[in-house]
Design a protein around this ligand. Sequence first.
Ligand SMILES: Nc1ncnc2c1ncn2[C@@H]1O[C@H](COP(=O)(O)OP(=O)(O)OP(=O)(O)O)[C@@H](O)[C@H]1O
Ligand SMILES: [Mg+2]
Length: 156
Amino acid sequence: LVGQNGSGKTTLIKLLTRLYAPDRGRILLDGTDLREWDEATLLQRIGVIFQDFARYQMRVGENVGVGDVGHFEDEARWRDASDKGMASDFIDSLPAGFHTQLGKWFNDGRELSGGQWQKIALARAFMRSRADILVLDEPTAAMDAQAEATIFEHFR
Ligand SMILES: Nc1ncnc2c1ncn2[C@@H]1O[C@H](COP(=O)(O)OP(=O)(O)OP(=O)(O)O)[C@@H](O)[C@H]1O
Ligand SMILES: [Mg+2]
């Protein structure tokens, strides 16, 4: 979906993920109005990365794991999701890998580059392994050209 700044792309995503309710009209999924879906069931079907994604003051693996709180501590799932988000290579180069503390709230917390944070946020979206709808709002805006090309190739 392509459009000028402020044309409503992010707003549409918030409607599709039921964070906003439409004033008029309706959005159907498998023939049923989004408003009639059980919210937990609906959210399990959707993986999403927002343009203004969160940077949690937690360990790397937890930053990924929070994408599916039922598997928050599942290290195998962290790895799988990070492979899909193209984040594994740089995570492996961190001093404690997935156990590296991130953020400046902590004395030993590491700061990451903008693109590295975005790779973690993308991996988080892939934690919803049962999701059959993946919504990516400018998921590579902060990434280098090579990472961007790889992610879109993989995504297709
Ligand atoms: N939380 C909000 N409350 C009120 N208005 C908002 C809010 N978020 C966005 N808007 C307005 O809604 C319109 C659409 O914004 P939106 O963020 O959906 O655009 P976008 O197409 O995603 O733009 P961009 O390319 O800059 O990401 C804009 O005019 C914006 O000012
Ligand atoms: Mg936007």
